[in-house]
Ligand binder design. Structure first.
Ligand SMILES: *Cc1c(COP(=O)(O)O)cnc(C)c1O
Length: 362
């Protein structure tokens, strides 16, 4: 079967060039006589791989020297606990903005460790927009403010970075990291599961300002202690070696295309193809407020569950895979991460037009 256009929210498409390179290097990496999967993580050949992955991530994202880069396991969901364990350490209080399911999960996890406060929520509107907060909305004594920058399930993204003054801003960037440049200095900590836009499932990247390290709560499991992981170069134990290698290949691919400025241009173009079409017709409805639209996850519905089902099924047969929306939103969701070619989005829009013409609503 030919490669399909896979609109899955995650794990999701990887660039074909990356997969082909990994395949070519699969059984004998750089004359080592072995696969990256078979190497000791302490071997010089592997140390070069992890070192290069970090160097490239720092370069591509322009991460300042004052930040540590950690390669961890456990998915973004483990960070929902690791963040309060490491950072809810002064007043045992933290503010959360509830903009979707993942930020709500993070908030609930933090409640186990202290006073987590939801300072804003769009739950009543089924998370169809990102709440706006100003510095005045923050608790004066919060140890940090947590946000989920791109809401994968609902298809929304923060159209702004909250001003937090001295309070560290913590952000879940799982579904938008590497999609465009971000000003890392605006954040105290960024975390992201790799399976959306960076690598295969199994790797979680944490980018954390150095001065926030070293005050983890006493009960923090060793494996969740950022300082211990930082002091050991993410090698306190065996890191997710192969995923880090794939990340290195993805970063080389991004760099070869012109870095995050170029990724942003490509992603804007792809998202505009979909949103411009959605705005030009009334067969499909885009449930998200325009100002909060995500560039990575585009949600839409026909307004009729049977038609939605038919859409996903026929799209699948046409090689446009995994367009069924998350069960909490219904309808359709097209995840168009970096590796989705423009051609895939063009095909999707053409399919949407055809489907609308063939399936008139009463
Ligand atoms: C996918 C996702 C998660 C969950 O990630 P896991 O790695 O499965 O734990 C959390 N937050 C966001 C924004 C996501 O997109």
């Amino acid at each position: 079967m030919a490669r399909v256009f896979n609109f899955s929210a995650g794990p999701s498409m990887l660039p074909l060039e990356v997969l082909e390179r990994a395949a070519a290097e699969m059984t004998n990496y750089e004359d080592s006589g072995m696969s990256v999967m078979e190497m000791s993580h302490r071997s010089p050949v592997y140390e070069k791989i992890i070192g290069e992955a970090e160097r490239l991530l720092r370069k591509v994202m322009a991460i300042p020297e004052t930040y540590k880069v950690l390669f961890l396991q456990g998915g973004a969901s483990t960070q929902f606990a690791a963040v309060p364990l490491n950072l809810m350490n002064k007043n045992k209080k933290a503010d959360y903005i509830l903009s979707g399911q993942f930020s709500t999960k993070a908030y609930k996890e933090a409640q186990k460790y202290g006073e987590a406060k939801a300072i804003a929520s769009s739950k009543d509107a089924n998370f169809s927009f990102v709440p706006r907060v100003t510095k005045a909305d923050l608790s004066a004594d919060a140890d940090y403010l947590h946000i989920c920058f791109n809401n994968t399930i609902y298809g929304t993204k923060f159209p702004y970075i909250p001003e937090t003054g001295e309070t560290p801003l913590v952000a879940d960037l799982s579904s938008c990291i590497l999609s465009e440049p971000v000003d890392v200095e605006k954040f105290g900590l960024i975390y992201a599961g790799a399976q959306k836009n960076m690598s295969a499932a199994g790797l979680t990247v944490v980018i954390v300002r150095e001065d926030l390290l070293g005050n983890a709560r006493a009960e923090t499991p060793t494996m969740l202690d950022y300082k211990i992981m930082a002091d050991n170069g993410s090698m306190y134990n065996t890191p997710p070696c192969y995923c880090i290698y794939i990340l290195k290949l993805v970063l080389e691919w991004i760099q070869s295309l012109g870095g995050l400025e170029e990724m942003k241009k490509r992603n804007e173009k792809k998202a505009a193809l979909l949103y411009d079409y959605l705005d030009s017709q009334d067969y499909y409805l885009a449930p998200v407020e325009k100002a909060s639209r995500s560039m990575m996850n585009v949600t839409f519905v026909t307004g009729n569950e049977e038609l939605d089902k038919k859409f996903a099924k026929e799209a699948d047969a046409a090689g446009l895979k995994n367009l069924k929306g998350h069960r909490s939103v219904g309808g359709m969701r097209a995840s168009i991460y970096n590796a989705m070619p423009c051609e895939g989005v063009e095909k999707l829009v053409a399919f949407m037009k055809k489907f609308a013409a063939e399936n008139p609503k009463e």
